[in-house]
Design a protein around this ligand. Structure first.
Ligand SMILES: Cc1cc2nc3c(=O)[nH]c(=O)nc-3n(C[C@H](O)[C@H](O)[C@H](O)COP(=O)(O)OP(=O)(O)OC[C@H]3O[C@@H](n4cnc5c(N)ncnc54)[C@H](O)[C@@H]3O)c2cc1C
Length: 384
Protein backbone atom coordinates (compact mmCIF):
# COMPACT_ATOMS: atom_id res chain seq x y z
CA UNK A 1 0.00 0.00 0.00
CA UNK A 2 1.37 3.37 -1.04
CA UNK A 3 0.31 6.27 1.18
CA UNK A 4 1.42 9.87 0.77
CA UNK A 5 1.26 10.72 4.48
CA UNK A 6 0.52 8.12 7.18
CA UNK A 7 -2.15 5.40 7.28
CA UNK A 8 -5.34 7.10 8.41
CA UNK A 9 -4.24 10.61 7.43
CA UNK A 10 -7.27 11.06 5.13
CA UNK A 11 -10.99 11.20 5.86
CA UNK A 12 -10.85 7.71 7.38
CA UNK A 13 -8.89 9.00 10.36
CA UNK A 14 -10.95 12.09 11.06
CA UNK A 15 -14.59 11.42 10.24
CA UNK A 16 -17.75 11.55 12.34
CA UNK A 17 -17.57 7.88 13.28
CA UNK A 18 -20.92 6.85 11.87
CA UNK A 19 -20.56 3.26 10.72
CA UNK A 20 -23.90 3.44 8.94
CA UNK A 21 -25.88 1.64 6.27
CA UNK A 22 -26.22 4.92 4.36
CA UNK A 23 -25.34 5.10 0.66
CA UNK A 24 -24.93 8.51 -1.00
CA UNK A 25 -27.82 7.81 -3.42
CA UNK A 26 -31.31 7.29 -1.98
CA UNK A 27 -33.06 3.94 -2.41
CA UNK A 28 -35.65 5.53 -4.71
CA UNK A 29 -32.99 6.98 -7.00
CA UNK A 30 -31.09 3.65 -7.05
CA UNK A 31 -34.33 1.90 -8.00
CA UNK A 32 -34.90 4.42 -10.77
CA UNK A 33 -31.39 3.95 -12.13
CA UNK A 34 -30.92 0.20 -11.68
CA UNK A 35 -34.34 -1.35 -10.95
CA UNK A 36 -36.00 -2.23 -7.67
CA UNK A 37 -34.26 -5.59 -7.08
CA UNK A 38 -30.79 -4.11 -7.57
CA UNK A 39 -31.62 -1.21 -5.24
CA UNK A 40 -32.82 -3.63 -2.56
CA UNK A 41 -29.68 -5.75 -2.95
CA UNK A 42 -27.57 -2.61 -2.45
CA UNK A 43 -29.54 -1.67 0.67
CA UNK A 44 -29.21 -5.18 2.13
CA UNK A 45 -25.46 -5.24 1.45
CA UNK A 46 -25.04 -1.86 3.19
CA UNK A 47 -27.04 -2.99 6.23
CA UNK A 48 -24.99 -6.21 6.48
CA UNK A 49 -21.77 -4.17 6.23
CA UNK A 50 -22.42 -2.43 9.56
CA UNK A 51 -22.34 -5.81 11.33
CA UNK A 52 -19.42 -6.93 9.18
CA UNK A 53 -17.30 -4.00 10.39
CA UNK A 54 -18.29 -4.88 13.98
CA UNK A 55 -17.35 -8.54 13.43
CA UNK A 56 -13.97 -7.66 11.84
CA UNK A 57 -13.04 -5.29 14.65
CA UNK A 58 -14.08 -7.84 17.30
CA UNK A 59 -12.28 -10.76 15.61
CA UNK A 60 -9.06 -8.74 15.26
CA UNK A 61 -9.15 -7.10 18.68
CA UNK A 62 -9.43 -3.57 17.22
CA UNK A 63 -10.57 -1.40 20.12
CA UNK A 64 -12.39 1.40 18.31
CA UNK A 65 -15.40 2.08 20.58
CA UNK A 66 -17.73 0.19 18.17
CA UNK A 67 -21.23 0.22 19.67
CA UNK A 68 -24.28 -0.29 17.46
CA UNK A 69 -26.59 2.20 19.13
CA UNK A 70 -28.44 3.40 16.02
CA UNK A 71 -29.04 6.92 14.70
CA UNK A 72 -31.59 9.44 15.89
CA UNK A 73 -32.68 11.91 13.18
CA UNK A 74 -34.41 14.77 14.96
CA UNK A 75 -37.38 16.47 13.28
CA UNK A 76 -37.30 19.86 14.94
CA UNK A 77 -39.87 21.85 12.94
CA UNK A 78 -43.14 21.12 11.13
CA UNK A 79 -41.28 21.04 7.79
CA UNK A 80 -38.67 18.65 9.18
CA UNK A 81 -41.47 16.47 10.59
CA UNK A 82 -42.91 16.17 7.07
CA UNK A 83 -39.48 15.22 5.72
CA UNK A 84 -39.22 12.61 8.49
CA UNK A 85 -42.62 11.17 7.54
CA UNK A 86 -41.55 11.00 3.90
CA UNK A 87 -38.32 9.23 4.89
CA UNK A 88 -40.21 6.59 6.87
CA UNK A 89 -42.79 6.20 4.08
CA UNK A 90 -40.05 5.65 1.47
CA UNK A 91 -38.35 3.06 3.69
CA UNK A 92 -41.68 1.25 4.17
CA UNK A 93 -42.21 1.19 0.41
CA UNK A 94 -38.98 -0.77 -0.05
CA UNK A 95 -39.34 -2.75 3.19
CA UNK A 96 -35.63 -3.16 3.97
CA UNK A 97 -34.67 -0.29 6.28
CA UNK A 98 -36.47 -0.65 9.62
CA UNK A 99 -36.93 3.07 10.33
CA UNK A 100 -39.01 3.82 13.39
CA UNK A 101 -40.99 7.06 13.65
CA UNK A 102 -40.81 8.46 17.18
CA UNK A 103 -42.42 11.56 18.65
CA UNK A 104 -39.92 14.14 17.40
CA UNK A 105 -37.43 11.95 15.54
CA UNK A 106 -36.81 8.92 13.35
CA UNK A 107 -34.71 6.05 14.73
CA UNK A 108 -32.55 3.89 12.45
CA UNK A 109 -31.02 0.92 14.31
CA UNK A 110 -28.48 0.22 11.55
CA UNK A 111 -25.65 2.48 12.63
CA UNK A 112 -22.73 1.98 14.99
CA UNK A 113 -20.65 4.66 16.69
CA UNK A 114 -16.89 4.24 16.27
CA UNK A 115 -13.70 6.20 16.94
CA UNK A 116 -12.50 6.50 13.33
CA UNK A 117 -8.79 6.99 13.99
CA UNK A 118 -8.67 3.96 16.28
CA UNK A 119 -10.44 1.92 13.59
CA UNK A 120 -8.18 2.89 10.70
CA UNK A 121 -4.93 2.55 12.66
CA UNK A 122 -6.16 -0.80 14.00
CA UNK A 123 -6.94 -1.99 10.46
CA UNK A 124 -3.48 -0.92 9.26
CA UNK A 125 -1.91 -3.02 12.03
CA UNK A 126 -4.05 -6.03 11.09
CA UNK A 127 -3.17 -5.70 7.39
CA UNK A 128 0.54 -5.48 8.25
CA UNK A 129 0.12 -8.54 10.46
CA UNK A 130 -1.21 -10.40 7.42
CA UNK A 131 2.01 -9.67 5.57
CA UNK A 132 1.22 -6.48 3.66
CA UNK A 133 3.53 -3.47 3.80
CA UNK A 134 2.22 0.07 4.12
CA UNK A 135 4.73 2.41 2.50
CA UNK A 136 4.00 5.73 4.19
CA UNK A 137 5.43 9.06 2.96
CA UNK A 138 5.14 7.70 -0.59
CA UNK A 139 3.27 9.97 -2.97
CA UNK A 140 1.76 8.34 -6.05
CA UNK A 141 2.00 10.58 -9.10
CA UNK A 142 0.51 8.36 -11.81
CA UNK A 143 -0.20 4.81 -12.98
CA UNK A 144 -0.60 2.63 -16.05
CA UNK A 145 -1.16 -1.10 -16.53
CA UNK A 146 1.28 -2.92 -14.23
CA UNK A 147 3.14 0.21 -13.06
CA UNK A 148 2.65 2.84 -10.36
CA UNK A 149 4.87 5.90 -10.37
CA UNK A 150 5.71 7.48 -7.04
CA UNK A 151 7.83 10.41 -5.97
CA UNK A 152 10.37 7.85 -4.68
CA UNK A 153 10.47 5.41 -7.57
CA UNK A 154 8.39 3.09 -9.72
CA UNK A 155 6.49 0.05 -8.46
CA UNK A 156 5.45 -2.95 -10.57
CA UNK A 157 2.11 -4.46 -9.65
CA UNK A 158 -0.05 -7.21 -11.12
CA UNK A 159 -3.17 -5.50 -9.85
CA UNK A 160 -3.58 -1.81 -9.01
CA UNK A 161 -6.34 -0.37 -6.79
CA UNK A 162 -6.82 3.40 -6.74
CA UNK A 163 -8.43 4.46 -3.45
CA UNK A 164 -7.66 8.18 -3.20
CA UNK A 165 -11.20 9.43 -2.56
CA UNK A 166 -11.21 13.26 -2.17
CA UNK A 167 -7.46 13.39 -2.81
CA UNK A 168 -8.03 11.98 -6.30
CA UNK A 169 -8.60 15.61 -7.30
CA UNK A 170 -4.91 16.32 -6.61
CA UNK A 171 -3.61 13.74 -9.09
CA UNK A 172 -3.72 14.58 -12.82
CA UNK A 173 -5.27 11.25 -13.90
CA UNK A 174 -8.28 11.56 -11.58
CA UNK A 175 -8.45 15.34 -11.25
CA UNK A 176 -12.04 15.76 -12.49
CA UNK A 177 -13.41 12.40 -11.29
CA UNK A 178 -14.13 13.67 -7.80
CA UNK A 179 -14.79 16.96 -6.05
CA UNK A 180 -13.12 17.41 -2.65
CA UNK A 181 -15.80 18.71 -0.30
CA UNK A 182 -14.74 19.81 3.16
CA UNK A 183 -16.59 18.65 6.25
CA UNK A 184 -15.56 20.17 9.58
CA UNK A 185 -16.01 18.99 13.16
CA UNK A 186 -15.79 20.16 16.78
CA UNK A 187 -15.73 18.22 20.05
CA UNK A 188 -16.87 19.38 23.47
CA UNK A 189 -15.33 18.63 26.82
CA UNK A 190 -16.66 15.39 28.41
CA UNK A 191 -20.18 15.99 29.73
CA UNK A 192 -21.77 14.47 32.85
CA UNK A 193 -24.09 11.46 32.43
CA UNK A 194 -26.93 13.59 33.83
CA UNK A 195 -26.62 15.97 30.83
CA UNK A 196 -26.76 13.05 28.40
CA UNK A 197 -29.82 11.64 30.21
CA UNK A 198 -31.53 15.00 29.81
CA UNK A 199 -30.56 15.22 26.12
CA UNK A 200 -31.70 11.65 25.47
CA UNK A 201 -28.70 10.33 23.55
CA UNK A 202 -27.35 7.01 24.79
CA UNK A 203 -23.88 5.47 24.55
CA UNK A 204 -23.22 4.25 21.03
CA UNK A 205 -25.75 6.58 19.43
CA UNK A 206 -25.25 8.97 16.55
CA UNK A 207 -27.60 11.78 15.55
CA UNK A 208 -28.56 14.26 12.86
CA UNK A 209 -31.65 16.25 11.93
CA UNK A 210 -33.70 16.94 8.80
CA UNK A 211 -32.12 20.24 7.73
CA UNK A 212 -30.63 20.44 4.22
CA UNK A 213 -27.07 21.58 5.00
CA UNK A 214 -26.05 18.41 6.78
CA UNK A 215 -25.11 18.23 10.46
CA UNK A 216 -24.09 15.00 12.20
CA UNK A 217 -22.74 13.91 15.56
CA UNK A 218 -22.08 11.22 18.07
CA UNK A 219 -21.75 10.70 21.82
CA UNK A 220 -18.11 9.60 22.13
CA UNK A 221 -17.01 6.80 24.44
CA UNK A 222 -15.66 9.45 26.83
CA UNK A 223 -18.97 11.37 26.82
CA UNK A 224 -18.12 14.26 24.51
CA UNK A 225 -20.15 15.57 21.63
CA UNK A 226 -18.25 15.08 18.39
CA UNK A 227 -20.27 17.27 16.06
CA UNK A 228 -19.80 18.12 12.41
CA UNK A 229 -21.33 19.68 9.37
CA UNK A 230 -20.90 20.79 5.79
CA UNK A 231 -20.83 24.41 4.67
CA UNK A 232 -17.11 25.03 4.20
CA UNK A 233 -16.65 26.44 0.74
CA UNK A 234 -15.18 24.56 -2.21
CA UNK A 235 -11.72 25.82 -3.21
CA UNK A 236 -10.84 26.86 -6.78
CA UNK A 237 -9.16 24.09 -8.79
CA UNK A 238 -10.15 21.39 -6.24
CA UNK A 239 -7.11 22.40 -4.18
CA UNK A 240 -6.61 20.59 -0.84
CA UNK A 241 -4.53 22.31 1.85
CA UNK A 242 -4.03 21.62 5.57
CA UNK A 243 -5.21 25.18 6.32
CA UNK A 244 -8.63 24.40 4.79
CA UNK A 245 -9.26 21.91 7.64
CA UNK A 246 -9.79 24.86 9.97
CA UNK A 247 -12.31 27.53 9.02
CA UNK A 248 -13.28 29.78 11.96
CA UNK A 249 -16.57 30.75 10.26
CA UNK A 250 -17.66 27.10 9.96
CA UNK A 251 -16.48 26.27 13.49
CA UNK A 252 -18.58 29.20 14.77
CA UNK A 253 -21.56 27.98 12.77
CA UNK A 254 -21.14 24.46 14.22
CA UNK A 255 -20.89 25.85 17.76
CA UNK A 256 -24.16 27.77 17.40
CA UNK A 257 -25.92 24.90 15.59
CA UNK A 258 -24.99 22.56 18.45
CA UNK A 259 -26.29 25.06 21.02
CA UNK A 260 -29.55 25.51 19.10
CA UNK A 261 -30.22 21.76 18.87
CA UNK A 262 -29.08 21.07 22.45
CA UNK A 263 -29.41 24.25 24.59
CA UNK A 264 -28.20 22.16 27.56
CA UNK A 265 -24.64 22.33 26.19
CA UNK A 266 -24.62 25.95 25.02
CA UNK A 267 -21.83 26.73 27.51
CA UNK A 268 -19.81 23.53 27.08
CA UNK A 269 -16.15 24.09 26.29
CA UNK A 270 -15.04 23.21 22.75
CA UNK A 271 -11.78 21.31 23.13
CA UNK A 272 -11.07 20.10 19.57
CA UNK A 273 -11.62 21.41 16.05
CA UNK A 274 -10.70 19.68 12.80
CA UNK A 275 -11.87 18.79 9.32
CA UNK A 276 -10.96 17.24 6.02
CA UNK A 277 -11.96 16.54 2.43
CA UNK A 278 -14.37 13.82 1.41
CA UNK A 279 -14.97 12.81 -2.21
CA UNK A 280 -18.06 13.73 -4.23
CA UNK A 281 -18.59 12.19 -7.68
CA UNK A 282 -20.54 14.26 -10.24
CA UNK A 283 -23.67 12.07 -9.87
CA UNK A 284 -23.22 11.36 -6.12
CA UNK A 285 -23.05 7.65 -6.97
CA UNK A 286 -20.24 5.65 -5.33
CA UNK A 287 -18.72 2.99 -7.54
CA UNK A 288 -16.36 0.00 -7.66
CA UNK A 289 -14.79 -0.66 -11.04
CA UNK A 290 -12.17 -3.16 -12.28
CA UNK A 291 -10.83 -2.98 -15.80
CA UNK A 292 -9.94 -6.58 -16.71
CA UNK A 293 -7.64 -5.41 -19.52
CA UNK A 294 -5.38 -3.11 -17.51
CA UNK A 295 -6.05 -4.78 -14.13
CA UNK A 296 -6.58 -1.32 -12.65
CA UNK A 297 -9.44 -0.92 -10.17
CA UNK A 298 -10.95 2.13 -8.53
CA UNK A 299 -13.27 2.45 -5.56
CA UNK A 300 -14.76 5.63 -4.16
CA UNK A 301 -17.27 8.44 -4.44
CA UNK A 302 -18.72 7.70 -1.02
CA UNK A 303 -19.47 11.37 -0.21
CA UNK A 304 -20.05 11.30 3.59
CA UNK A 305 -20.82 7.59 3.88
CA UNK A 306 -17.45 5.95 3.37
CA UNK A 307 -16.72 4.50 6.79
CA UNK A 308 -18.73 1.33 6.16
CA UNK A 309 -18.94 1.58 2.37
CA UNK A 310 -15.14 1.29 2.04
CA UNK A 311 -15.45 -2.10 3.75
CA UNK A 312 -18.04 -3.25 1.20
CA UNK A 313 -15.86 -1.87 -1.61
CA UNK A 314 -12.83 -3.76 -0.31
CA UNK A 315 -14.66 -7.07 -0.13
CA UNK A 316 -16.19 -6.49 -3.56
CA UNK A 317 -12.80 -5.67 -5.11
CA UNK A 318 -11.32 -8.84 -3.57
CA UNK A 319 -14.00 -10.90 -5.37
CA UNK A 320 -13.54 -8.99 -8.64
CA UNK A 321 -9.74 -9.37 -8.58
CA UNK A 322 -9.97 -13.09 -7.74
CA UNK A 323 -12.48 -13.55 -10.54
CA UNK A 324 -15.27 -14.76 -8.25
CA UNK A 325 -18.85 -14.18 -9.37
CA UNK A 326 -20.67 -13.42 -6.09
CA UNK A 327 -23.64 -11.48 -4.74
CA UNK A 328 -21.22 -8.61 -4.14
CA UNK A 329 -19.89 -8.46 -7.69
CA UNK A 330 -23.48 -8.22 -8.97
CA UNK A 331 -24.38 -5.14 -6.88
CA UNK A 332 -25.44 -2.15 -9.00
CA UNK A 333 -22.50 0.06 -8.03
CA UNK A 334 -20.06 -2.42 -9.60
CA UNK A 335 -18.91 -1.04 -12.93
CA UNK A 336 -20.57 2.31 -12.31
CA UNK A 337 -18.67 5.19 -13.94
CA UNK A 338 -19.61 8.68 -12.80
CA UNK A 339 -19.22 11.50 -15.31
CA UNK A 340 -16.34 13.94 -14.79
CA UNK A 341 -16.89 17.27 -13.06
CA UNK A 342 -16.95 20.41 -15.19
CA UNK A 343 -13.80 22.44 -15.80
CA UNK A 344 -13.23 25.65 -13.86
CA UNK A 345 -14.80 28.16 -13.41
CA UNK A 346 -18.03 26.12 -13.77
CA UNK A 347 -17.02 23.69 -11.01
CA UNK A 348 -16.25 26.52 -8.59
CA UNK A 349 -19.50 28.35 -9.31
CA UNK A 350 -21.66 25.20 -9.26
CA UNK A 351 -20.22 23.70 -6.07
CA UNK A 352 -20.35 26.93 -4.07
CA UNK A 353 -23.80 27.89 -5.38
CA UNK A 354 -25.02 24.41 -4.38
CA UNK A 355 -23.71 24.92 -0.86
CA UNK A 356 -25.31 28.36 -0.62
CA UNK A 357 -28.60 26.95 -1.97
CA UNK A 358 -28.74 24.29 0.77
CA UNK A 359 -28.04 26.90 3.45
CA UNK A 360 -30.66 29.20 1.93
CA UNK A 361 -33.14 26.29 1.80
CA UNK A 362 -32.90 25.91 5.59
CA UNK A 363 -33.49 29.65 6.09
CA UNK A 364 -36.37 29.55 3.57
CA UNK A 365 -38.05 26.70 5.48
CA UNK A 366 -37.67 28.41 8.84
CA UNK A 367 -39.29 31.57 7.42
CA UNK A 368 -42.06 30.03 5.30
CA UNK A 369 -42.67 26.79 7.28
CA UNK A 370 -43.02 25.10 3.89
CA UNK A 371 -40.67 22.63 2.17
CA UNK A 372 -38.01 24.62 0.34
CA UNK A 373 -38.36 25.06 -3.41
CA UNK A 374 -34.58 25.53 -3.72
CA UNK A 375 -33.99 22.18 -1.99
CA UNK A 376 -36.50 20.46 -4.26
CA UNK A 377 -34.69 21.78 -7.33
CA UNK A 378 -31.33 20.68 -5.89
CA UNK A 379 -32.60 17.18 -4.95
CA UNK A 380 -31.65 15.32 -8.14
CA UNK A 381 -28.18 16.91 -8.05
CA UNK A 382 -27.41 15.58 -4.56
CA UNK A 383 -28.50 11.97 -4.83
CA UNK A 384 -32.20 12.15 -3.89
C1 LIG B 1 -15.01 15.46 8.71
C2 LIG B 1 -15.54 14.24 8.01
C3 LIG B 1 -16.59 13.52 8.59
C4 LIG B 1 -17.09 12.36 7.99
N1 LIG B 1 -18.01 11.60 8.66
C5 LIG B 1 -18.35 10.38 8.18
C6 LIG B 1 -19.14 9.49 8.96
O1 LIG B 1 -19.51 9.79 10.10
N2 LIG B 1 -19.48 8.29 8.41
C7 LIG B 1 -19.07 7.93 7.17
O2 LIG B 1 -19.45 6.84 6.70
N3 LIG B 1 -18.26 8.72 6.43
C8 LIG B 1 -17.89 9.93 6.93
N4 LIG B 1 -17.03 10.72 6.19
C9 LIG B 1 -16.54 10.22 4.89
C10 LIG B 1 -15.51 9.10 5.09
O3 LIG B 1 -14.59 9.48 6.08
C11 LIG B 1 -14.81 8.79 3.78
O4 LIG B 1 -15.78 8.51 2.79
C12 LIG B 1 -13.87 7.58 3.87
O5 LIG B 1 -13.03 7.70 5.00
C13 LIG B 1 -13.07 7.43 2.61
O6 LIG B 1 -12.08 6.47 2.81
P1 LIG B 1 -10.93 6.26 1.73
O7 LIG B 1 -9.98 5.28 2.31
O8 LIG B 1 -11.54 5.97 0.41
O9 LIG B 1 -10.24 7.70 1.60
P2 LIG B 1 -9.32 8.49 2.65
O10 LIG B 1 -9.54 8.00 4.03
O11 LIG B 1 -9.48 9.95 2.38
O12 LIG B 1 -7.86 8.02 2.26
C14 LIG B 1 -7.18 8.46 1.10
C15 LIG B 1 -5.70 8.40 1.41
O13 LIG B 1 -4.95 8.69 0.24
C16 LIG B 1 -3.78 9.38 0.66
N5 LIG B 1 -3.23 10.10 -0.51
C17 LIG B 1 -3.61 11.30 -0.99
N6 LIG B 1 -2.91 11.61 -2.09
C18 LIG B 1 -2.09 10.57 -2.32
C19 LIG B 1 -1.11 10.28 -3.33
N7 LIG B 1 -0.86 11.14 -4.34
N8 LIG B 1 -0.40 9.12 -3.23
C20 LIG B 1 -0.65 8.23 -2.22
N9 LIG B 1 -1.56 8.45 -1.26
C21 LIG B 1 -2.28 9.59 -1.31
C22 LIG B 1 -4.26 10.30 1.75
O14 LIG B 1 -3.19 10.71 2.58
C23 LIG B 1 -5.28 9.41 2.48
O15 LIG B 1 -4.71 8.75 3.59
C24 LIG B 1 -16.55 11.92 6.74
C25 LIG B 1 -15.52 12.64 6.13
C26 LIG B 1 -15.01 13.78 6.75
C27 LIG B 1 -13.89 14.54 6.11
Amino acid sequence: MLEKEIAGFGASGRNGGWCSALFPRSTASLAKAHGRDAALAMRRAMIATVDEVGAVTAANGIDCDFVKGGTIAFARTAVQARAADADVAEAALFGVDPLERREASVFDPNCARVHPAKLVRGLARVVEGLGATVYEQTEVTGWSAGTVTTARGTVSAGEIVIALEGYGATVAQTHRRVLPLYSLMIATEPLPDSTWDEIGIEHGQTFTDYRHLLIYGQRTADNRFAFGGRGARYHWGSVIRPGFDRDPRVFGHLRSALARVFPQVADARITHRWGGPLGVPRDWHAGVVRDAGTRISTAGGYVGDGLSTTNLAGRTLADLILGHDTELTRLPWVGHHSPDWEVEPLRFVGANLGMLAMDAADVEESVTSRPSIAAKLMGPLVGH
